[in-house]
Design a protein around this ligand. Structure first.
Ligand code: SAM
Length: 257
């Protein structure tokens, strides 16, 4: 089996379309994973993926790259809080409908819930958080985190919204969990939900081809209310933002035109 056939098999098995992920990088990552597990070719590996649940879960976790942390790139969260939110909240009458797309283990939507609670009441906050990988969504709902992933989070939020389990582990309180609804969603395949004032999509499109990226940004545009804001990751500036019907507000923040 060659890589083209492997991609087809993976699609059949997982519904993940590797054609939309940057090929050289993805192929190299898969080779490393196969070597680590001592498989010598795609045939052998696909056979094992069909029969071994642990191996399958490792594979999905590995190709989707689901590392995350609270307040990832704190400077950008500061810009969100000080320069983007005040205007946005004025326009929406202090209610916010948010989508954290490709949310991984929930660090991102939960960070947002904590920040928003400083400004608006809980009932005015609606956060939909989605990811392709069901396993990370289960972790998000469980809400137990290693302290390492919280090191950028302002300490006032740790004191207010977490219960310490032991030296390394903290559990997020229900008050924050209740602000977020988790759902499985594939950015490459599924219909997009609508009517958002803010969409956060960070550290996932870097793995996609330019064509796939453009489609995603167009669909996000359609999913937003007028003047909606798109918040992207720190290496994900949108070069063709004008064509896609956005204004650039600040690096990493785009407004629907
Ligand atoms: C590196 S994490 C980013 C998490 C978070 N947004 C952040 O910046 O910390 C990338 C996430 O994208 C998800 N992902 C990969 N391909 C996807 C797809 N086609 N649709 C939705 N989510 C996807 C992965 O499962 C993973 O949880």
């Amino acid at each position: 089996m060659d890589y083209e056939q492997f991609k087809k098999q993976v699609y059949r098995l997982t519904h993940i379309d590797l054609n939309s992920y940057k090929e050289r990088q993805m192929k190299r990552r898969i080779d490393v994973l196969m070597q680590k597990n001592k498989f010598h070719g795609y045939d052998e590996y696909v056979h094992a993926l069909k029969n071994d649940k642990n191996l399958y879960e490792e594979f999905v976790g590995f190709i989707t790259i689901n590392v995350s942390e609270f307040y990832r790139n704190p400077e950008q969260w500061r810009i969100l809080e000080e320069e983007i939110l005040p205007d946005l909240l004025k326009k929406t009458n202090r209610r916010l409908n948010v989508w954290s797309a490709a949310c991984s283990t929930g660090d991102e939507p939960y960070s947002l819930a904590m920040l928003l609670l400083d400004y608006i009441p809980k009932n005015n906050i609606r956060i939909l958080a989605t990811d392709l990988d069901g396993k990370v969504l289960n972790k998000a709902q469980e809400g137990i985190y290693n302290f390492k992933s919280m090191s950028n989070l302002p300490s006032k939020y740790i004191d207010q919204y977490f219960v310490k389990i032991d030296d390394k582990k903290y559990q997020i309180k229900n008050l924050i969990k209740e602000c977020v609804r988790f759902e499985q969603h594939d950015l490459l395949e599924d219909n997009y939900p609508k009517n958002f004032d803010l969409i956060i999509c960070r550290n996932v499109v870097i793995y996609f081809t330019d064509e796939a990226k453009t489609k995603i940004y167009q669909k996000f545009n359609d999913s937003m209310n007028s003047d909606g804001i798109l918040f992207v990751g720190s290496t994900e500036q949108i070069v063709n933002y004008k064509e896609l019907n956005y204004d650039s507000l600040k690096s990493f923040f785009y407004k629907k035109n």
